[in-house]
Write a new protein. Sequence first.
Length: 256
Amino acid sequence: MLVDTHAHLYVAQFDEDREAMLDRARAAGVGRFYLPNIDSSSIESMLALEAAHPEECFAMMGLHPCSVKDNFREELAIAEKWLGERSFCAVGEIGTDLYWDKTHWAEQQEAFRIQVNWAKDLGVPIVIHCRESIDETIAMVSDEQDGRLRGIFHCFGGSPEQAQAIIDLGFYLGIGGVLTFKKSNLRETLQSVALEHLVLETDSPYLAPSPNRGKRNESAYIRLVAEKLAEVKQTSLAEIEAITTQNAGHIFGVSN
C-alpha cells in the first residue's frame, strides 16, 4: 500500500470528479490520504470528505502560512476551537512562506509557534510548509523541540545538510513530485538519506510529477514518485511502499 501523506483532495479542483479520482488512486495502490487544512474556509469541505471516507481520509487542523494575514488571531481561534472539539491526525498545514508574500513574516512566525505548542500539548505531529524559508523554519523547530515534537517537513527539496538537520530534529522528509523534475537536485540529496526518514506525498492538486507536470495533480500519481524514488535508491518499488507506509504509520500513530 502507498500512503499520500499530504493531499488537498477537498478543494474545488476535484469537485467534478472527486470519487473517480479516489478510485484511480485506489487502483494505483493508495490506501490512505492525509488532508492538511488551509484556513477556516476549507474546514467544511475537508471534514465532509473525511466523513464520506472515514477509513481512508484523515483530516488535520491548522492555519497555512499563506493564509496568515491581519486577522490571523481570529483564524487561529477557529482552528483551536476545532482542536478542542474532536481529534485530528496532526496540526497542519502550518509553517512559513517567503515565496509568495513577505508582508506578514512576523505574524507567520508567531502563528507557527502557537500551533507548534498546540501539537505538543495534544501529542500529535505537525506538518510543516516552508517554501523559501527552510533554514528559518529549521531554526524555529530547533528552538521548540523539547522531545515532544514530531512530524513532516512537507515538500522537501533542500540540501543534504538541511535534510540531516531535519532528521536530527526527529522529523521526516515529505517527498513529492519535485523528485521527478529534470532540473531538481533532490535526487542527489536523497542518495545519502535513508528510506527510514522519508514519506511520500502529492500535495494534490499542486506539483504534479513528470510526465504530468503542469497539470492537476492527484493521489494516483504518487506511484510515479515512488517509482522515481526506487530508481534513486536502487531498490524495489515494493520496498519503497513498505518502508514509506511504515514511516507514515509511525508519524500518525497507525498500525499498518
